[in-house]
Structure formats: structure tokens, C-alpha cells
Design a protein around this ligand. Structure first.
Ligand code: SAM
Ligand code: ZN
Length: 172
């Protein structure tokens, strides 16, 4: 059977990767770093890749593709392509970027002034159903221990405390 052709990427022509560099990260494996000073409010890079239907997206996620990004009600983006350096941006509980989604494009936006060489991060925004499967190694002073959306920080802190108490009781 002929291989199904991937749908065109959302925005290949607009990918400007000049402001980022990809290298080893202290947070996890490979990370994405600022190649120059970036000011708060500036778009750093677009998150690009072929469009996936929701069914294709589910399939990819179930197969372990961690680079799938929600785009809109109909499509997600498969960021697992070499022309998408933004796929290497790690999560942080104290991020310097956030994602901006206008239903057709996903931009990574600086939410702080960023110095050249700093690792770029955003909050992945995992919800109550998923965050416990994603321990966080961001190293921020305020790290809540899981890659979870800000609105669930208190929940994650309480959950982490409970886990610590249980572990302490087991070893006592
Ligand atoms: C989109 S990738 C980010 C790039 C990744 N470092 C790599 O080398 O492919 C997402 C995956 O990176 C890892 N990751 C990202 N941020 C993390 C963090 N703060 N703590 C632990 N693992 C993290 C998790 O395994 C997550 O599923
Ligand atoms: Zn963290």
C-alpha cells in the first residue's frame, strides 16, 4: 500500500531559527537556547510541522511522539521534524516563554527579557489527569515537581508532600 503523504506543514516559509540554538540541556536531554538577547514580548520562533487530524494525533501520542502540539479543534502539529528546532524547548515551572496559538500558528513568545545563552522554556500546561506521569526537573526555585499548568500548582505541591510523607513512613 502506498504510504500516506503527510499534509503540508503549517508554515515552512516563516521558520526563522536564527534566534535559537539547540544543544545539551541540564533540564532534559536536548534543549533550545537563546542565540541572542531577546526582549519580553517578542516572538522567538514558530512551532511548526505537518498538520495531524485529531485521530492521527492520538495515534502519534499513543506511539510515544512527545512533539505533538495542539493547534485548534481540528488539527494538531507534528513537531517531530528536523526543521522544527522549537521541538527541543523544555518545560519549566518558572518559564521565560509561553506559547501563543491563533488557531493557525503556534508562536513561542518571550515573557521575560532573555539573555543570549539562556535556555528557552515554557510551561507545557499538563492538567490534573496527566501531570503525575510527568515529573519535572526544571531546577527552578519554585519547581512544583511536576510539569503541570500553573492553575494546578497547589494541587501538585500537596500531592508531592503526600508522596514524601508516604515515602518517609515506608522507610521509618
Ligand atoms: C518536546 S520534548 C522537549 C525536548 C527534549 N528535551 C528532547 O531532547 O527531545 C518533551 C519531553 O522532554 C522532557 N522534558 C521536557 N521538560 C522537562 C522537565 N522540565 N523535566 C523533565 N523532563 C522534561 C520530557 O520527557 C518531555 O516528554
Ligand atoms: Zn519544575
Amino acid at each position: 500500500m502506498a504510504k500516506k503523504k503527510l499534509k503540508p506543514m503549517t508554515t515552512e516559509t516563516s521558520v526563522d531559527a536564527s534566534r535559537v540554538e539547540v544543544r545539551k540541556s541540564g533540564i532534559h536531554d536536548t534543549g533550545c537556547f537563546a542565540a541572542c538577547d531577546i526582549r519580553k514580548g517578542e516572538r522567538v520562533i514558530e512551532y511548526v510541522g505537518p498538520l495531524l487530524s485529531k485521530a492521527e494525533s492520538l495515534n502519534q501520542c499513543e506511539s510515544g511522539n512527545v512533539y505533538v502540539f495542539t493547534l485548534n479543534d481540528k488539527h494538531d502539529i507534528n513537531g517531530n521534524v528536523e526543521w522544527n528546532p522549537a521541538r527541543f524547548i523544555n518545560h519549566s515551572c518558572e518559564p521565560n516563554c509561553e506559547s501563543e496559538n491563533d488557531d493557525e500558528h503556534i508562536w513561542i513568545l518571550a515573557i521575560k527579557d532573555i539573555k543570549a545563552g539562556e535556555e528557552l522554556t515554557y510551561n507545557y500546561g499538563f492538567d490534573l489527569e496527566e501531570y503525575k506521569d510527568y515529573p519535572c526537573n526544571c531546577g527552578a526555585a519554585s519547581c512544583v515537581g511536576y510539569m503541570v499548568a500553573v492553575e494546578y500548582f497547589d494541587h501538585a505541591r500537596k500531592y508531592r508532600e503526600l508522596q514524601r510523607q508516604t515515602a518517609a513512613e515506608v522507610t521509618a
